[in-house]
Design a protein around this ligand. Structure first.
Ligand SMILES: Nc1ncnc2c1ncn2[C@@H]1O[C@H](COP(=O)(O)OP(=O)(O)OP(=O)(O)O)[C@@H](O)[C@H]1O
Ligand SMILES: [Mg+2]
Length: 415
């Protein structure tokens, strides 16, 4: 819940910052355009005012005023009478032009002696900036209008746009990537913290439970030694207590083992004699599963391998124990090892019940057990293969298996 609200906050924060940057970029661009237009207008007004001041209408014909437009530049001059009739134009012949009385810049100039407008020119077929000034001469009132192609202004603005986007877009991309990375790091850290907490909690509980359990086990063993004095009913109850105490004890031992393997950050690689390790496990299993009368076949090709002793022991103990536990009476357990490049392939096969295909995908999950009639009474906790999986992954190894109902299973470990 807390995590979600933090994520929501981060998304909103990123959204508002990006929105803020984009909006301020567009507002700046708008103000820049306004300022630019204003400046163009002021310059135009200034140059036209100066022009009519120095143009001596006594000696030079008014009609010649349009010739003063610089042909190469993008500006155009038009002289208009007070009644809207065009006297001359630097680009077009005056006769072809209609009455200009309704032109917005002219209407404004008549009122304020100066007027400007941006609009589409039918004569030049493009957007133009128009500035018109009132010109009082001895020959009457005239309006001198200069027009500039907007495209010249727009070109400058496009450049500004380009700069905005060259700077803004990479910045936004970097900013968004940084936000995502930060958020991801936070999530990973949070998950790690949570996992650590879970592991620590389980570990603490298991340790706490094991102390009284050991004491109970001690008392049960004491009672077992006085078995001859007990009634048959008490004997039966005692045997149940002993069985369940042992089950509880092995459950907490396995929880702690899994916990330890999960917590492991490093491995201690040393030379391990596979044969000694397997022999010791087998003699233990032969003792525990004595009644099953399992035959063991060993075929160890590479005996000394480089591995982490504790992790390898976890792998072999659990796989060999399963091979005994889920085997048929008088069955067989085969253990082979061979070198595979720089690694070793260990195969543990049994002639037991096998694992049904619908369970195969889940057997490595913690606490997962195939609880059917065949396994009833085996009394495992479903943690063995989870410990194996973690140990194999710590050793950068691989584990696969093949299993056929009623024929048995082969567990292959490559480490
Ligand atoms: N060699 C095997 N043959 C048949 N079934 C197997 C074999 N190995 C594992 N299984 C099935 O996979 C399940 C999970 O095995 P796992 O070793 O994790 O737990 P477990 O043996 O039940 O308990 P424990 O924690 O004591 O090992 C077992 O309950 C069993 O049903
Ligand atoms: Mg097991």
């Amino acid at each position: 819940m807390k995590n979600n609200s933090y994520r929501g906050l981060l998304v909103w924060q990123t959204f508002f910052i990006v929105f803020g940057i984009v909006t301020s970029a567009f507002i700046s661009r708008y103000h820049w355009k306004e300022n630019f237009t204003k400046q163009v207008e002021e310059q135009l007004e200034h140059s036209l005012t100066t022009f009519i001041k120095v143009y001596d209408t006594k000696y030079v014909l008014l009609e010649n005023v349009c010739n003063f437009s610089q042909k190469k530049s993008s500006s155009r001059l038009t002289l208009i009478r007070d009644n809207g009739v065009v006297v001359c134009d630097s680009n077009t012949s005056a006769e072809e032009m209609d009455n200009h009385n309704s032109r917005p810049e002219l209407i404004l100039a008549k009122k304020n002696s100066w007027g400007s407008a941006i609009r589409y020119s039918d004569t030049l077929k493009q957007d133009m900036f128009y500035g018109a000034i009132q010109w009082k001469t001895e020959k009457g009132i005239f309006y001198l209008r200069e027009s500039i192609q907007i495209s010249a202004m727009e070109r400058t603005l496009t450049k500004v746009d380009k700069y905005i986007f060259i700077v803004l877009i990479p910045f936004l991309i970097v900013f968004s990537i940084l936000s995502i990375l930060l958020w991801h790091r936070y999530e990973v850290k949070k998950q790690e913290q949570l996992d650590r907490l879970k592991v620590d909690l389980v570990s603490n509980i298991s340790h706490e439970v094991r102390t009284p359990l050991t004491s109970i086990k001690g008392f049960v063993q004491l009672l077992v030694s006085t078995e001859s004095e007990l009634s048959p009913n008490a004997k039966e109850s005692l045997s149940k207590i002993e069985k369940n105490t042992n089950r509880l004890n092995s459950l907490f031992t396995e929880i702690l083992d899994l916990n330890k393997v999960e917590k492991r950050k490093t491995t201690t690689i040393e030379e391990v004699d596979l044969e000694i390790m397997v022999d010791s496990i087998l003699s233990n299993m032969n003792l525990i599963y004595k009644e099953k009368n399992i035959e063991t076949v060993l075929n160890l090709e590479s005996n000394i391998i480089k591995s982490d002793y504790e992790l390898l022991e976890h792998i072999l103990v659990n796989l060999i124990e399963n091979a005994f536990k889920y085997n048929k009476d008088n069955g067989e357990v085969t253990i082979t090892s061979s070198s595979a490049g720089s690694k070793t392939l260990i195969i543990i096969s049994d002639t037991g019940n096998g694992i049904a295909p619908n369970h195969q995908e889940r057997i490595f999950e913690r606490f997962y057990r195939v609880d059917d009639a065949r396994n009833s009474g085996t009394g495992g906790s479903g943690l063995g293969l989870a410990i194996v999986k973690h140990s194999v992954s710590h050793l950068n190894g691989e584990i696969t298996f093949e299993s056929k109902i009623d024929f048995g299973s082969h567990f292959k470990v490559l480490i």
